[in-house]
Design a protein. Sequence first.
Length: 106
Amino acid sequence: MSIIIKTRRIFETETYQTFDYRMVKNPFYSHSEMIEFSKRRFQYTIPEYIEKSIPVTKTRKKSHIEYQIQCEHCGSLGWVRRKDAKYCSSNCRKLAYRERKERKQK
């Protein structure tokens, strides 16, 4: 495990789209037609409001902590999200593994 040099908190806002069901006015509803329906005694009536799915854009605030460490492979400083990280990037992690593997084979 590397020594943590600095810490910082990163704040982000994320926007995403979902669908909500809402009651909206029916475009096919007409009050004059409803009167005619009632005079003729039809069984079917057109509702004044209907439930419809409407796309809604929402935002969510997120935050996380990043730690600055010194890489055990290359020695450079890098920001990582894990406290127990040893390497600054996945490339350094893979190169260190390959070097350890070569040393074991020799």
